[in-house]
Design a protein around this ligand. Structure first.
Ligand SMILES: [Mn+2]
Length: 363
């Protein structure tokens, strides 16, 4: 097998895993200080840093985050995985929150207020893309697994086996392949069963993702559900291994809802409910903190620091991606940038408050 570098071994020894940063450089610096790292990212006990991806966008200073993390990687003091925001910039896609990269200021909500942000120049763009190209999709060792959004064995195997040397080529190959298969399905050249084999999905899984719950999912219903606009998007979301790892599985909802500026016909699947492995999986991506007026997130707000599912799937994204909103409102901050101290199993926050994981050592 060719080693494409997209699944890499995680550092041995003691590490601190840091969630999605989204350009919040002050929160990152404060968190590193609380964790005991000096300004060069050196820890007196030789601990090292792991970043969960989504390093930039929305926050005030993405260029500073890129420079700091690039230096830590150069010095062998940190590793990181790619997030969906990082991939979008590698793909050259303009998305909500990443106008800074293209040198433009941006209003992130309906108020029309421009978010104060450092904008990229050519040098920053080069540094940013160079940093993102270095990031694998997965880091792993026996006791600990690191991915941006979703640990999914079959997708990780597909990534491992890809002959591509980078995530963008791998992503595009699967995108083209899935489009071709969807065309063949729509022209009747393949049946539903054959199509599902080609995209690596069981019919039970496909029915659960593509057909609204409570609807009888016969083959004809399933076929139609994969061929309308929402369905095609969901096939890409769930069957492209790069998308699945970086933004997680999604399913169709019966009633569309309004979120982040558009009507959504799909919702995120809490994949951790079925996570049964012994190794811990640590990820970010899913904001755990609700701001006032937001739709409810799929987390038990009464147990904000608990592992999910069997307790060994741990999301450490405490919504610092929404801090720009809190800044407009004048604070205080309910969102946080968090780190998981491993193997000690304590959470640290940019506010300086450490919390032991419930039900684990130290409680
Ligand atoms: Mn994300």
């Amino acid at each position: 097998m060719v080693d494409n570098g997209l699944v890499q071994p995680l550092f041995e020894g003691s590490v601190d895993v840091i969630g999605d940063i989204h350009g919040e450089i002050d929160a990152l610096r404060a968190l590193l200080r609380h964790l005991g790292y000096d300004n060069d990212g050196v820890h007196p006990e030789g601990r090292r840093l792991i970043f969960l991806g989504d390093l930039t966008d929305r926050g005030p200073n993405s260029p500073a985050v890129v420079r700091l993390i690039g230096r830590l990687l150069d010095d062998g003091l940190a590793q990181g995985v790619m997030g969906n925001h990082d991939l979008n910039l590698l793909l050259g896609e303009k998305k909500h929150g990443n106008a800074w990269f293209f040198g433009r200021r941006e209003a992130l909500d309906a108020s029309g207020r421009l978010v104060p942000q450092a904008l990229a120049d050519d040098e920053t763009r080069t540094l940013t893309l160079r940093l993102f190209r270095r990031l694998p999709l997965v880091l792993e060792r026996d006791d600990l697994r690191i991915v941006h959004a979703c640990w999914h064995g079959p997708s990780i195997e597909a990534v491992r086996q890809g002959p591509e040397e980078n995530a963008v080529e791998l992503f595009r190959r699967h995108q083209t392949r899935i489009n071709d298969e969807l065309e063949r399905l729509s022209r009747g050249e393949v049946g539903v069963e054959e199509f599902l084999v080609s995209v690596g999905m069981s019919s039970d899984e496909a029915a659960a993702l593509f057909v609204c719950r409570g609807t009888d999912a016969g083959a004809g219903v399933l076929r139609d559900a994969m061929l309308d606009k929402v369905g095609r998007g969901l096939v890409h979301q769930n069957a492209n291994p790069v998308k699945r790892l970086l933004s997680g599985p999604e399913r169709r909802v019966a009633v569309p809802f309004w979120s982040a500026g558009k009507h959504r016909h799909e919702e995120r699947v809490p994949w951790w409910d079925r996570y049964g492995d012994k190794a811990w999986s640590v990820f970010g991506h899913y904001s755990r903190v609700d701001l006032p007026g937001e739709e409810e997130r799929p987390f038990d707000q009464a147990r904000p620091y608990a592992g999910l599912g069997n307790g060994r799937a741990l999301c450490i994204d405490y919504s610092v991606t929404r801090r720009w909103q809190e800044r407009f409102a004048g604070g205080p901050y309910r969102t946080a940038l968090a780190a998981l101290r491993w193997p000690e199993r304590w959470l640290y926050f940019d506010s300086g408050r450490p919390v032991p994981l419930p039900g684990e050592r130290g409680v």
